[in-house]
Design a protein around this ligand. Structure first.
Ligand code: SF4
Length: 588
């Protein structure tokens, strides 16, 4: 057994050429193979990579899907995102625990199974979603959960589980230029080479394409800054780490539009002068990895990647997939680069921005999947690719989920009002929409004339619908827990502030809150907004406070008309210390 474990870690060291930047990939592989990263593994990695053990331990503790304590041979994670909640994920997790006789989060006594919760599996429109040993299964219901329990009890290998459980279909509900786009392979690249870097930048500028990850920075400008750097080595990174609850459109693009993505990345590399690229793929999308790897290989085999692309001497570019290991904050581009370098994904102080000081300190373009795909479309069809009849150029992919008849992916022209989106997806009796995930904007029914655009509701794509049956306080509490779980712990205002927010939000939700709790949350929000290092801490209190503003009734119903009671019981907390002190005093 020891020999097998040793050979596993040595295989990984050989595979990644003993490059410490890939330590996260090695750890992830060990975790998936053994259900634990042992102290022996840590020792070998530390010696071989010349990394302190403390650093490796720190990495393991940082990423949600790495563990120094054993997990079950079947490692099951139910999604705890709000949309999965609405579809009954907690009930299914509890049912599985009950059937298997285990406690949530604790491995079974025989080591067979661990059942836990995770922030979001990216299956929001087809939940409740679950990951088993890193593989995604959708639409959990009582029947499926019962069958899963039997399969685990019978120790049935995952490859013998019902095949249809592992088929994740994409519901492409409304197609615009990108989802309708049927690329001629190599055409976007041929044109990028023909018009040259300046021509590419001009096309992108004329098209109006902006980064689709939420920030909306003009794509041509980002590529131009990278290109104009005087450093020789540059990189292209695709952010495929969409972890915002309610977002799944990149999943569909990675699945059905991988050729387009690769051409977009390669065109970017040709424009900025990069020879190496990475796709940073979120852990939860492991099921897409093999197919994506095949596409990369096919591009190499047909000279669309590799050396002398399309026969053009000196145009060289290749792409590698880098797997995330469970950290929402890695969706922020500088944190993603830290992770790519084999570190904890803590956002960097900016400026400088990754576009000038990115991967290994070199100029790096980081764009998300959707942005690269649109860029490929523009290069094949010209700058009018994003044109439409409205007055704001550009399109947006929305991941629509929650209370509507037809959840799925909708490609809409920028400037579309919320009201029209709701009509398109068959939503009725809607009281609110959360645009842009937990840190985005809560839009109440009085505001449904607002529109999706850079000027109004800017979003990376998450669009969650709540009908009148939902209690909006419960939604806000879920989002508050999400931020506390995903805080990377680097800075105190966020690390501590998110935990305090959870205590106060839970207190209000449990019916023990008073108005003073709201005032305390408002004060804490000020501090977190001013002193947190990145957007997560700065936005973490927004859901609960915005919900209070817009849905005050939902709070009032549960707030006691009594005096304030602290959420934290100081007396109870120090009681044990008191006992120890008096026991010691008596024994003297
Ligand atoms: Fe980490 Fe939160 Fe600080 Fe951001 S604000 S760096 S997530 S602790």
């Amino acid at each position: 057994m020891v020999a097998v474990a040793d050979s596993l870690v040595h295989d990984q060291l050989a595979k990644y050429r003993r490059d410490p930047a890939f330590v996260l990939q090695m750890l992830r592989h060990l975790q998936l193979e053994q259900n634990i990263i042992t102290s022996g593994d840590i020792h070998v990695l530390s010696e071989s990579l010349n990394l302190p053990r403390a650093k490796i331990n720190g990495l393991i503790d940082f990423y949600s899907f790495l563990h120094r304590r054993p997990r079950g041979r079947y490692d099951v994670y139910f999604s705890d995102s709000i949309t999965d909640h609405m579809l009954g994920s907690r009930e299914q997790a509890n049912l599985l625990c009950e059937l298997l006789g285990v406690e949530l989060g604790q491995p079974s006594a025989n080591g067979a199974v661990t059942v836990s919760l995770t922030s979001c599996t990216g299956l929001c429109e087809r939940g409740p979603g679950v990951l088993v040993n890193g593989t995604a299964i959708d639409r959990m219901d009582d029947a499926r959960t019962r069958e899963m329990a039997s399969l685990i009890e019978a120790n049935t290998p995952l490859e013998d589980w019902p095949l249809e459980w592992f088929v994740i279909n994409d519901a492409l509900r409304k197609k615009g230029p990108l989802l309708r786009y049927e690329p001629t392979r190599g055409k976007a690249l041929e044109r990028a080479i023909a018009i040259g870097p300046e021509g590419v930048l001009k096309d992108l500028e004329t098209s109006g394409l902006r980064g689709c990850g939420g920030a909306g920075f003009p794509t041509w400008r980002k590529w131009q800054i990278c290109r104009s750097s005087n450093r020789r080595q540059r990189y292209v990174v695709c952010n495929a780490d969409e972890g915002e609850p309610g977002t799944f459109k990149d999943r569909a693009l990675l699945h059905g539009y991988a050729d387009t993505l690769l051409e977009g990345m390669t065109a970017c590399a040709i424009t900025v002068g990069a020879s190496k690229g990475f796709i940073y793929l979120r852990h939860e999308y492991e099921f897409l990895r093999e197919r994506l790897q095949h596409r990369i290989q096919r591009h190499r085999d047909t000279n669309l990647l590799g050396r002398n692309i399309l026969g053009h001497h000196g145009i060289n570019f290749d792409v590698e997939i880098f797997m995330g290991a469970g950290s929402y904050v890695c969706g922020e581009e500088s944190a993603l680069i830290e992770s790519l370098e084999g570190k904890r994904g803590i956002p960097r102080v900016r400026p400088p921005f990754p576009v000038t000081h990115g991967y290994k300190g070199k100029p790096t373009v980081v764009n998300n999947v959707e942005t690269f795909c649109y860029a490929a479309g523009i290069l094949e069809h010209g700058p009018d690719f994003l044109a439409h009849a409205g007055d704001q150029p550009g399109w947006k992919l929305l991941s629509i989920c929650g209370d509507c008849k037809s959840p799925g992916i909708y490609e809409i022209p920028l400037g579309t009002p919320i009201r029209d989106v709701l009509e398109a997806c068959g939503a009725h009796g809607t009281q609110a929409v959360q645009v842009g995930g937990p840190g985005g904007t809560l839009v109440s029914s009085a505001e449904f004339d607002r529109h999706i655009s850079y000027a109004d509701l800017n979003t990376a794509g998450s669009f969650i619908i709540f009908d009148e049956s939902r209690d909006m306080l419960d939604v806000a509490v879920n989002f508050t827990h999400f931020f506390a779980h995903e805080s990377c712990g680097f800075c105190t205002p966020c690390r501590v502030g998110t935990k305090l927010m959870v205590q106060m939000a839970d207190k209000v939700a449990d019916g023990h809150g008073a108005r003073l709790d709201i005032e305390q949350m408002q004060r804490l929000n000020k501090l977190m907004t001013q002193a947190s290092h990145c957007g997560l801490g700065q936005r973490a209190a927004v859901p609960i406070l915005t919900t209070y503003e817009k849905f005050t009734d939902s709070f009032e119903r549960r707030m006691e008309d009594v005096e304030y009671k602290p959420a934290f019981d100081v007396e109870a907390a120090i009681e044990r210390s008191r006992q120890i002190v008096s026991e010691e005093a008596l024994s003297r």
